[in-house]
Design a protein around this ligand. Structure first.
Ligand code: SF4
Ligand code: SF4
Length: 156
């Protein structure tokens, strides 16, 4: 099975501020710097609206859907105006979703177990933790890449 990082989006939403945001760059997984939280939100929290209000409202044409219908944000085009966050009828995106601190920000490698453990240690109350298990939709735990599991209630 192997060690994985389990991120509980339900718990993160309850926290007033996050002690860290894992920023990843992984060519196969994400061609630009994004947080795991953003990728997880668009994959699992988002309801994948047919005529997505977030895409329609974006003044920078920074949002589109990939071949699987998952919203993708172009980091280069996005001006972080938050119009999409406001327009989403389901409150999918947390207000700070696109804020990435570049100065003093540590980058955590998805392929380095030590990095993942260091990241998990920053979070209290098991919101982010290292596990040795696989995904299980019955427990609302889903796979996001080889080293990441996400806990989220998915809209059916
Ligand atoms: S409007 Fe909200 S729920 Fe709909 S596709 Fe956009 S982010 Fe997802
Ligand atoms: S924050 Fe603004 S520019 Fe960025 S994706 Fe959302 S609507 Fe588009």
């Amino acid at each position: 099975m192997g060690k994985k990082l389990l991120i509980d989006l339900l718990s993160l939403r309850e926290m007033e501020s996050l002690p860290a945001d894992a920023v990843l760059k992984h060519d196969k997984f994400s061609p630009s710097f994004k947080t795991i939280r953003e990728l997880a939100t668009f994959q699992f929290t988002c309801r994948h609206c047919e005529n997505a209000p977030c895409i329609q409202v974006c003044p920078a044409k920074a949002l589109d859907k990939d071949e699987n219908g998952i919203i993708n944000r172009s980091v280069n085009l996005c001006i972080r105006c938050k119009s999409c966050i406001t327009a989403c009828p389901f409150g999918t995106m947390m207000d700070d979703l696109f804020i990435v601190k570049t100065s003093g920000q540590r980058f955590f490698s998805l392929e380095d177990e030590n990095d993942l453990e260091d990241f998990a240690r920053l979070f209290p109350d098991q919101a982010v933790r290292i596990v040795d298990r696989d995904e299980n939709p019955a427990e609302s735990i889903y796979k996001l890449g080889d080293m990441i599991l996400i806990k989220e209630k998915i809209w059916q």
